[in-house]
Structures are given as structure tokens and as C-alpha cells.
Design a protein around this ligand. Structure first.
Ligand code: ZN
Length: 451
């Protein structure tokens, strides 16, 4: 039996919790532990196994809790936390054109920075350890995420019209390339090329985005077929449905991350499966904007990779992936009048390994396995809405909320301990949120006063 000297070194051990690694084929370990070294998982196993082999200066006692992988929010616009509740109950195009785009035209880097910190606090509190972002001033998003010590995949939103950030589109492509170069090899931040949508990006811009992404081996991501009007617009403009339009432009040659994918034909879904298009499902945003119900069960049946996203806070209106899982499971059941579709295990996988696969990060995150990055959360189970436990996965999808998350470790570092976020001054972030809210209201009142 190894003694103190022969034990292996770890930085941190999370111990004595129910361990759900979510590694394919794994089963829960009733008294489990995770050893972490150098930002990665050194080993997972029973508490006695880990105790025998590892010694660490810090131990997290997870008794009465569940140890599991951090959640992956595969599509959001983090900085839109500052517009939460500003305009609700409107159709997508009216919402975008009358509220979102005019408000965003007045935004700046500082607003994006503080609103992203607010989003990071909300995501950390609700167990998200990786988010994929699309917005303006993404250098400031990367800066905020880095400060909060949360894993982020960030991309500047690109479209034909001038951006309040970079101005003309050529500058947007240059800016994206600079972002890629600046953040290469960063342990937390990676970059994605993000044309906004087919109806806001010309074929020429889409092709430029594809070639930029391929040149650096980074993913390409866009909004796709979110609502019916958008599909009609593409049909009228190009004589093809969105997926055929992309195929015709040669843009499906390498994997594309497509967000929403609500309005698809059978032929489009077959093409997506053939071309390895990865999908991000955003059920709450689709419900709130009445965009429709994405045919996720049909995509999964074809073997398409699907992850889960909250979309931005203005169309959700929170970043809690536990709630999103609940909505994802129930939406498809009621839509198909079939309670057997989208079982909890499928939905939980979408929020973890599925999201990691969508982002091309499945070798690094999405499950707790030796060698992977140590992105781990501990959930408290000793709560009225979580006892007794018959089926952990069912509890995670249908009963738990983000507020049940107690500890968060990202890249091997403690980011939240006993519900205290260690990387951010949460009071300052909340003060700033209130101040930005007042400024946003003032500037909106100014512009409505002057015709
Ligand atoms: Zn979106």
C-alpha cells in the first residue's frame, strides 16, 4: 500500500461525492473522488482508490453532493445580459430591428466588458464552465472571461453592414484574424469565426469567413434557419433553401456550427448529417421568439451532433443551462405528443459532451476522464427538491436548477467555493450592471425624444 512518499502529487482532490463522470458507458460512483493536477484530471475513482494514490494540499469535501462535468453553453451572446427584460414579447425581426440593433449601435467596449462579467458570474453560479459567444467587441469578452477564469470560445459577429465596433467588414475580418493570433495557445480562450446569418452576410463574406477559419483551423459558426421569414428571404434572394445555399457556395466542406436550425426539410437534415454540420439547440429562445421547434430528435436520429445553448439573455431571459435542459426535454415531448422523445440522458449529454463535440473540444472537456481539462462542478443534493434520489440524471434535467451548484472548478482552478465566486468582485459587477442599465434607458429615452 502506497505511503505518503509514494503517493502521487495532486493540486486538488474533490472527494466523497456521488461521481457522475458522464464518460461514455460510465455509471455513477456512490462515493467518488477526482484528483486534479496541472489543470487536468489526474484520475477519477472511488474515494478509497484516490485516497490511496494521491495527496493534495487542498481537498473539497463533496459529501451530500454530486460531482459532475461543468456544463457547456454552446451558443450565447453573453454581453446581452444588459438588455435582459428591456424588450420582450415581440417578433424576432421587430425585436432585432427596433430594439437590439439600435441599442447595440450605441454600445461600446466597456459596456460589453461589464455585461460579460455579469454573464460570467451568472454562468459560474449555475454550473457553466464553457461558453461559446458571438457578439461585438469580442476582445473585451475574451478579457472578461479570462478575468473570471471561465473557458470561452469567442468570435466577433460579422455582417455586411458597418459594425459599431470595427466599422466596415474588411476591418471585421482583420480584427477576427488578430483575435485568433492573440489568443493562440491560451488555456482558456479560443476563437471562432462568426458570420451572423445568411440573411445578413453576402455569399462573398461567407466565403471569406470560411477561408479565414480554414486557414487557422478554427471553427466557423453562424445562425441558421432560425425562423420561417429568414428561410423565405434566402429562397427569394438565391433561389435555394439555406443549407443548399451553403452547399452551393462550397461552405460545408469542413464542419460548420449552425445555431437554431428550426426550419429544415428532410433533405436538408440528410445533407447536414452527410456534411457533419453541428447544431446548437436553443429551445427557450426559440419558444420566446416563437421561432418554432427545431427537429432535434430527427437530427439526433441521423447522427447529427447537437449541443445546447441559452442564446442571449434578451431572448431567454437567463443563462441557466439546467433550466434549458428541462425546457429542451419538455418542448419536444409536448410538440410530438410523445413523452418518450428526448429522454433526460440525451438532454444531459447535449449540455455536456454534445456541446464539447459541437465546439470540437470533446478531447478536452465535456466529461470527467483522466487527461481531460479539469472543468468540474459540485451540486448540492441535500435540498428539498432533490430528495430522495432515484435517478440522478432525471434530477439534473427535471428538478435541479443552477442555484444548486455549490463549487466550480475550471481548468483545475477553484472559481466558486461554497457559493462564493473567487475570481470576481460580484458586488462591483452588480453595481456596474445597475449603472449600465440606467445609461441604456437614458440613451433610449434620448433617441425616442428626437425624431
Ligand atoms: Zn444567437
Amino acid at each position: 500500500m502506497p505511503n505518503r512518499k509514494t503517493k502521487k502529487k495532486a493540486d486538488l482532490i474533490i472527494t466523497k461525492g456521488i461521481l457522475l463522470t458522464l464518460a461514455p458507458g460510465s455509471v455513477p460512483i456512490q462515493d467518488g473522488s477526482v484528483a486534479i493536477l496541472g489543470g487536468r484530471i489526474a484520475a477519477v475513482g472511488t474515494t478509497s482508490e484516490i485516497k490511496k494514490s494521491f495527496l493534495a494540499p487542498k481537498t473539497i469535501d463533496a459529501r451530500g453532493g454530486l460531482i459532475m462535468p461543468g456544463l457547456v453553453n454552446a451558443h450565447t451572446h453573453a454581453a446581452m445580459t444588459c438588455y435582459r427584460g428591456l424588450a420582450d414579447d415581440l417578433p424576432l425581426m421587430e425585436w432585432l430591428n427596433q430594439f437590439v440593433f439600435p441599442a447595440e449601435a450605441k454600445s461600446d467596449g466597456d459596456q460589453v466588458y461589464w455585461s460579460t462579467l455579469l454573464a460570467c458570474a451568472e454562468m459560474i453560479r449555475s454550473g457553466t464552465t464553457t461558453f461559446c459567444d458571438m457578439y461585438l467587441f469580442e476582445d473585451r469578452v475574451a478579457e472578461a472571461a479570462k478575468e473570471a477564469k471561465i473557458r470561452a470560445v469567442v468570435g466577433e459577429v460579422l455582417y455586411d453592414f458597418p459594425s459599431p465596433h470595427y466599422g466596415p467588414i474588411e476591418k471585421g475580418l482583420e480584427f477576427t484574424e488578430a483575435l485568433i493570433k492573440n489568443w493562440q495557445k491560451d488555456p482558456l480562450i479560443t476563437i471562432v469565426v462568426e458570420p451572423h446569418a445568411l440573411y445578413t452576410c453576402s455569399p462573398d463574406l461567407l466565403k471569406k469567413c470560411r477561408s479565414l477559419a480554414d486557414r487557422y483551423g478554427v471553427p466557423l459558426k453562424t445562425h441558421l434557419s432560425e425562423n420561417q421569414g429568414e428561410v423565405e428571404e434566402i429562397l427569394n434572394k438565391y433561389g435555394r433553401r439555406p443549407l443548399d445555399h451553403l452547399e452551393n457556395l462550397g461552405l460545408l466542406s469542413s464542419p460548420l456550427i449552425a445555431c437554431h436550425c428550426v426550419w429544415l426539410t428532410e433533405a436538408e437534415m440528410d445533407l447536414m448529417a452527410r456534411r457533419g454540420v453541428r447544431v446548437v439547440h436553443n429551445p427557450e429562445s426559440n419558444m420566446k421568439l416563437a421561432s418554432g421547434v427545431a427537429p432535434v430528435p430527427d437530427l439526433l436520429a441521423r447522427g447529427v451532433t447537437v449541443g445546447l445553448g441559452t442564446d442571449g439573455c434578451a431572448s431567454n431571459n437567463n443563462l441557466d443551462l439546467f433550466q434549458e435542459m428541462d425546457s429542451a426535454a419538455k418542448l419536444h415531448k409536448v410538440h410530438r405528443l410523445d413523452p418518450t422523445v428526448m429522454p433526460s440522458q440525451t438532454v444531459l449529454e447535449m449540455a455536456t459532451l454534445g456541446g464539447a463535440r459541437v465546439l470540437g473540444m470533446e478531447k478536452e472537456i465535456g466529461s470527467l476522464e483522466a487527461g481531460k481539462k479539469a472543468d468540474v462542478i459540485v451540486l448540492e443534493l441535500n435540498r428539498p427538491h432533490l430528495q430522495p434520489v432515484y435517478n440522478l440524471v432525471s434530477h439534473l434535467v427535471y428538478s435541479a436548477t443552477g442555484a444548486d451548484v455549490r463549487d466550480v472548478i475550471i481548468d483545475g482552478k477553484m472559481v466558486m467555493e461554497k457559493r462564493k465566486i473567487l475570481t470576481l468582485d460580484e458586488r462591483e459587477v452588480l453595481d456596474q450592471a445597475r449603472q449600465w442599465g440606467e445609461r441604456i434607458l437614458d440613451s433610449r429615452n434620448d433617441s425616442t425624444a428626437c425624431p
